[in-house]
Design a binder for this molecule. Structure first.
Ligand code: SAH
Length: 369
């Protein structure tokens, strides 16, 4: 099932207003001869009322709307395809950027939460051997506006009363949680990601609580240290996938540069500074990293850390030697961790039939077009 929300396509010549903070927007509108209060009006249309285009901004003078339409944009993403899962609780969108690059975002509807998974880069340079995004390498960093636009797209989607309810539960009308677990390594695009996070948490802009946002990293230790010093209380998730360097380097090659003990030392410093519980992600692959011995080794490594382990049954990707662990083996792995006092959950597989694993939709589409 597909749904399309028509958005005007951005071109590279247009000024993207999503790249501007409020002061920059005010400067720009001043150059168009507009009074001082205009910037806040436009700002509210973008971040509070989720306008999809300038035509919707009905309290702006007609000539200004036409001028903005011609030379500016608030829509840097063009929807290429959108897929809704059979249970109608997961929506995956593939977007094209003005230079032809494509990125993905996934909305997951739960009873109380509407969690949006967004991308931070077009492609990824980290090279994890089980990940679909890694296979294409890094194309480029996303700009702050391109990161924010993914959220605004789904905010608009959820708020639009003309769209049918997605699930039996009360129609969700807002994005309540954001995870930076889409394409890319967010700490490899640090400045742009944090500019976007400030916009998303700014009470005058999108205004989501920082504690409702989680950033997932492959484990770039210096970035974790930098994050610990930020004022914003963004949650941290670290993709571990193995308890020792030999195995982790096979799965996550950047482990050569930042071995496990260095990553965990950075996580310890982060916890000491922030007092926030850290999530470790561990994608279970049959016969590779799912044995009881490795569960015990992992439990020993994480002993005493304020943490939580999220076990993710692998989303199998084409042409890969890795297969998902069986449910029974996943349960056994989880139990060993719990018995050792490590809080552990096995993540539900969402959207597997809609290629909702990282980088999978982009790959499926580029193979068929
Ligand atoms: N670069 C960040 C965010 C990327 S993806 C990071 O590494 O954390 C978010 C999570 O999905 C990571 O834990 C990543 O390792 C995991 N992942 C990637 N491909 C997967 C697959 N095929 N199956 C299950 N998890 C996968």
């Amino acid at each position: 099932m597909r749904m399309q929300i028509a958005l005007p396509t951005a071109t590279s010549e247009q000024r993207s207003l999503l790249e501007m903070d409020l002061a920059q927007l005010a400067d720009y509108l001043t150059t168009l001869g507009q009074p001082g209060f205009r910037a806040r009006q436009v700002w509210e249309w973008i971040y509070k009322r989720f306008a999809g285009d300038f035509a919707a901004m009905t309290n702006l003078p007609k000539e200004l709307r036409a001028r903005l339409e011609a030379e500016a944009t608030i829509a840097p993403l063009r929807l290429v395809t959108e897929i809704v899962s059979r249970d109608r609780d997961t929506v995956k969108a593939l977007f094209q950027l003005h230079d032809g690059q494509t990125i993905e975002a996934v909305l997951m509807l739960y009873d109380e939460r509407r969690t949006l998974c967004i991308s931070s880069q077009a492609g990824c340079a980290m090279g994890c051997t089980f990940c679909a995004t890694a296979q294409g390498g890094l194309a480029r960093n996303l700009t702050p506006g391109e990161i924010v636009a993914q959220v605004l797209y789904f905010a608009r989607y959820l708020a639009d009363p003309s769209l049918p309810p997605m699930t039996a539960v009360t129609r969700p009308t807002t994005v309540t949680n954001i995870v930076l677990m889409g394409m890319g390594e967010p700490l490899h695009n640090y400045a742009n990601v944090w500019t976007a996070l400030r916009r998303l948490t700014d009470a005058d802009a999108f205004g989501l609580g920082a504690r409702h946002i989680t950033l997932s990293t492959v484990g770039l230790a210096p970035g974790i240290d930098r994050m610990a010093d930020e004022e914003l209380q963004i949650g941290l998730a670290v993709s571990l996938h193995a308890p020792n360097d030999e195995l982790r380097t096979q799965l996550v090659p950047v482990n050569k540069g930042y071995p496990i003990d260095e990553v965990l030392a950075a996580v310890r410093r982060y916890i000491a500074k922030t007092n926030r519980r850290v999530t470790f992600e561990y994608a279970l692959m049959a016969g590779i990293n799912d044995t009881p011995a490795l569960a015990q080794e992992l439990a020993a490594k994480l002993q005493g850390l304020l943490c939580h382990v999220n076990l993710i049954p692998l989303n199998p990707i084409p042409d890969s030697k890795y297969q998902p662990t069986s449910d029974a083996d996943a349960a056994r792995f989880a139990q060993i961790l719990r018995d050792a006092g490590i809080p552990t959950t096995v993540r539900l597989r969402r959207g597997i039939e809609i290629n909702a694993g990282c980088g999978q939709l982009r790959r499926a589409v580029s193979k068929t077009t």
